[in-house]
Ligand binder design. Structure first.
Ligand code: URA
Length: 206
């Protein structure tokens, strides 16, 4: 299932990140705002547990997330989504996966993982702004499934049809939450129209 968060504010921030003239601080701020919106919508139907709360006036009943998602930013670009997602779910556990892309083969090259050992029965949100070929995302989800995860949401700013199709084939139960589904990938594996290299635009070209 793919959910496109087509909100006017999301479209405005998306325009900011698409614009090649946007400077790095402004780009990072827009990624942060988009993440807030995407995580908010991804949790819309999350189960809550009622909890008593005392206001200055009376006792009443509040709510808290029954199962806060484990947050997994995919380094490097997903790092820019981590703090905003964590602010939405302050009690969440956070794991990390590092995947670089080989610019010639476009294959994901994993270089680190730091994940809770047992993910069975726990929702997991993978944070990666660009779902392009789907290689990094599929690799990350493989790691999660190996730890028992069975409730995975891919939270992306921009998704390509190719990446969505790949996840549909390899991980049909994974939910995708994105601000847009773009047209296609180009021959270099960039999403068109996309926004360029999300890691470079947030943190600089290495
Ligand atoms: N990764 C990016 O940062 N941008 C793309 O367009 C595709 C993959």
């Amino acid at each position: 299932m793919t959910l496109v968060v087509d909100h006017p504010l999301a479209r405005a921030r998306l325009t900011t990140v698409r614009d090649a003239r946007t400077d790095r601080p402004t780009f990072r701020d827009a990624v942060r705002d988009l993440t807030t919106m995407l995580v908010y919508e991804a949790l819309r139907d999350a189960p809550v547990t009622e909890t008593p709360v005392t206001t200055p006036v009376a006792d009443t009943v509040g709510a808290e997330l029954t199962a806060p998602p484990v947050l997994v930013p995919v380094l490097r670009a997903g790092l820019g989504m981590a703090t905003a997602a964590h602010a939405q779910v302050p009690g969440a556990l956070m794991g990390f996966v590092g995947v670089a892309r080989d610019e010639e083969t476009l294959q994901p090259t994993p270089y680190m993982e730091s994940l809770p050992g047992d993910l069975a029965g726990r929702p997991v949100f993978v944070l990666d702004p660009m779902l392009a070929t789907g290689g990094s995302m599929a690799h990350t989800i493989d790691l999660l499934v190996a730890r028992g995860a069975d409730d995975v949401t891919a939270v992306c700013v921009v998704a390509a049809p190719e990446g969505i199709a790949r996840l549909g084939e390899q991980h049909p139960d994974v939910r995708i939450v994105t601000a847009t589904i773009d047209e296609r990938l180009n021959e270099s594996g960039y999403i068109v129209p996309g926004l360029g290299d999300a890691g470079d635009r947030q943190f600089g070209a290495m």
